[in-house]
Ligand binder design. Structure first.
Ligand code: NDP
Length: 484
């Protein structure tokens, strides 16, 4: 990789995930081009902030319409980025929800009334919210559009200018999206997508006032350290190893259905994927049987992209991680009940949902992030053991509990060290973005990107403090007064 200070534009060769073939080249921005973009963004941000919440939301709504008008091209490019069609369309459609969430959250920051002091009624203050002028968003390859917008839109609504650096693995959607941005003149310069690689991301962190990073733990750690050196906040959304606990008395059909969707949706290439399953010993064999039957029915979206349930592995190197985890489990005595082989079809790589039994926490598949459709299942003897196993690991993104009733599931959910727990379902943060949730342990840093905090995190609290009485002279604090 070229050093971040390099001013040479770098060519990045693209790989089609459905064929494995190179299908184009993009050019990473040089550091001086990036610095120019940042300068323009800072200049434009002044007028953008001056529009106020209402004005900005109105512009963002027009942006939503422009994206809608360009939806076919953006979705088609995302399809080439990710090798899947339905989810590409859903990603573009998700912008409406993101815009609605930002509009709802913005309402809380409109009032700037004076508030009288409790101890000193003649001193009053007016709460202000000052946006970070320039926010950098660095996004991963698994949901290239959604995971860029989920931070960019609330930051824009807050009054920030935004530069997004998408993953070099999936940058094709940027060109049609940039055409949509160009149709909204107020956004020119305050929303810019810069294709690039890791060095581009690193250079971006040095130019912004706040960085939102979604990606792996090792890179997130580097971004946080770099941000700390500049004393800028780094909001990190990192990896996970989400557990699902199935208690005795749970509806096993429902649990197996949710487990499979939670683990295999998007070929498991989602941070909130279910990656390990703990089942009460009495229900273990029956659950495993139902899960395996359901997993066997999942179809690849190959050869026809308009048919099937799951797409290819987007990032070639991820296939090696999946293969290694499956081999490690097999070598340590686990049984692969279905799936288990990386399949090459027409040059693309696929993995069918892989159910694994007889696993334990010495196996990589139970400890390391998988990011693929692998469902290792382990029995537990009592609730305390289930909670201990669920909490045994470095991640704390989210989790899930199935029980005979919601209250029982909630009792266990409260004991799991993770930011969002789905009850009698799995991975509900895929479908529901209204609940505030942080990432625990190594899964992240900073306030919630979901719920109202998603916007509030881009606003610094500021106070105008007014004294309506004459200013106090320094003698009020003199030693003589104290001595009296
Ligand atoms: P990476 O950490 O490899 O990359 C994430 C982004 O960071 C990419 O745009 C990458 O660029 C860029 N980057 C790489 N090096 C640097 C650097 N030194 N400084 C700044 N930016 C850099 O993650 P992946 O793209 O592989 O994404 C998968 C990971 O994302 C998984 O761990 C997954 O769990 C996590 N994730 C977390 C989510 C959450 O909400 N918690 C949601 C979705 C995914 P490039 O790709 O061009 O190298």
């Amino acid at each position: 990789m070229m050093p971040a200070t390099s001013d040479t534009p770098r060519a990045i060769r693209l790989r089609d995930p459905r064929t494995g073939q190179s299908d184009g080249v993009i050019e990473a921005r040089s550091s001086s081009a990036l610095a120019d973009i940042a300068r323009r963004a800072r200049k434009a941000q002044v007028d953008w902030q001056a529009l106020g919440f209402e004005g900005r939301i109105a512009v963002l709504r027009r942006f939503g319409q422009a994206v809608e008008a360009h939806r076919p091209e953006i979705a088609a490019a995302l399809e080439r980025d990710t090798g899947r069609r339905r989810i590409a369309g859903i990603e573009v459609g998700s912008l409406h929800g993101t815009l609605a969430g930002a509009a709802a959250a913005a309402g809380a920051f409109d009032a700037h009334d004076w508030i009288e002091g409790r101890a000193s009624p003649h001193i009053r203050h007016s709460p202000q919210w000052a946006p970070y002028p320039l926010v950098g968003v660095i996004s991963p390859w698994n949901f290239p559009f959604l995971l860029s917008m989920i931070d960019a839109i609330p930051a824009l609504a807050a009054g920030c200018a935004v530069i997004v650096k998408p993953s070099e693995v999936t940058p094709r959607f940027v060109a049609p999206l940039t055409a949509a941005i160009a149709e909204v003149p107020e956004l020119t310069d305050v929303l810019t997508f810069v294709p690039g690689d890791g060095a581009t991301g690193q250079a971006l962190v040095d130019l912004v006032d706040c960085v939102c990073f979604t990606g792996s733990v090792p890179t997130g750690r580097r971004v946080a350290i770099q941000g700390a050196g500049r004393l800028i906040p780094a909001f990190l959304e990192l990896g996970g190893k989400d557990p699902l606990i199935v208690l005795e008395g749970a509806d096993l059909d429902a649990a197996a259905t949710a487990a499979l969707r939670g683990a295999a949706l998007s070929t498991g290439q989602a941070c909130q994927s279910i990656e390990r399953i703990y089942v009460a010993r009495q229900a273990h064999d029956e659950f495993l049987e139902r899960l395996t039957i359901l997993a066997d029915q999942v179809r690849l979206n190959w050869p026809d992209i308009s048919q099937g349930d799951i797409g290819p592995i987007i990032f070639e190197r991820q296939a090696e991680i999946l293969r290694t985890q499956i081999e490690d489990a097999r070598a340590r005595g686990a049984r692969i009940l279905t799936g288990g082989e990386i399949e090459n079809h027409g040059g693309g790589l696929w993995l069918r949902p892989t159910v694994i039994a007889d696993v334990d926490h010495d196996m990589a598949v139970m400890r390391e992030e998988t990011f693929g459709p692998i469902l290792p299942v382990m029995a537990f003897d009592d609730e305390a053991e289930a909670v201990r196993l669920a909490n045994d690991g470095e991640y704390g993104l989210s989790g899930a509990v199935f029980a005979a009733d919601i209250e029982t599931a909630a009792r266990i959910g409260r004991q799991i060290e993770a930011g969002a727990i789905s009850l009698n379902d799995a991975a509900l943060t895929t479908l529901f973005h209204e609940a505030g949730k942080q990432s625990f342990k190594s899964s992240g840093l900073g306030p919630s990107r979901m719920g109202a905090d998603g916007l509030a995190r881009f606003l610094r609290r500021k106070a105008l403090i007014a004294n309506t009485a004459p200013p106090l002279p320094i003698q009020v604090f003199s030693e003589e007064v104290l001595a009296v």
